[in-house]
Design a protein around this ligand. Structure first.
Ligand code: ZN
Length: 128
């Protein structure tokens, strides 16, 4: 399920969605050069940004990830933490988590967006 050939591998390992070999970003650490995305895959040559503004759609994915974190926080609060922390502290923790995780969300949303438009096809080569 998480092995090479699955979309989840490509997303969480931040590998090229077509060959699962080349890295999407120039560094593995999202807190260093957060936005440094490679132009093409170093292994198969897939062009990541298909057209100008291609990654604007990743903003919607990032929004969905943030909503998922918010819903998880609220559910955890009402089920587990209601008697231990106040709602204000929950909001402070949620906003802090959102800020700290922003580089991770940025990269995850871009690799998820890339996987919407590219399938695993290790035999293919070229920019398209
Ligand atoms: Zn590739």
């Amino acid at each position: 399920m998480f092995g090479k050939g699955s979309r989840l591998y490509s997303i969480f390992a931040m590998k090229c969605p077509r060959c699962h070999e080349g890295d999407v970003f120039e560094t593995h650490n999202p807190y260093k050069k957060m936005t440094a995305i490679k132009e093409t895959c170093s292994h198969c040559g897939l062009r990541y940004e298909k057209e100008m503004g291609f990654f604007y759609g990743a903003m919607y994915v990032s929004y969905m990830l943030n909503i998922a974190l918010f819903v998880t926080s609220v559910v955890a609060y009402f089920i587990l933490l209601d008697q231990y922390i106040s709602g204000t502290l929950l909001m402070v923790i949620y906003v802090s988590l959102t800020v700290v995780l922003m580089p991770v969300y940025y990269r995850l949303s871009r690799t998820i967006w890339l996987n919407f438009f590219n399938s695993y096809a290790p035999e293919k080569r070229g920019t398209k």
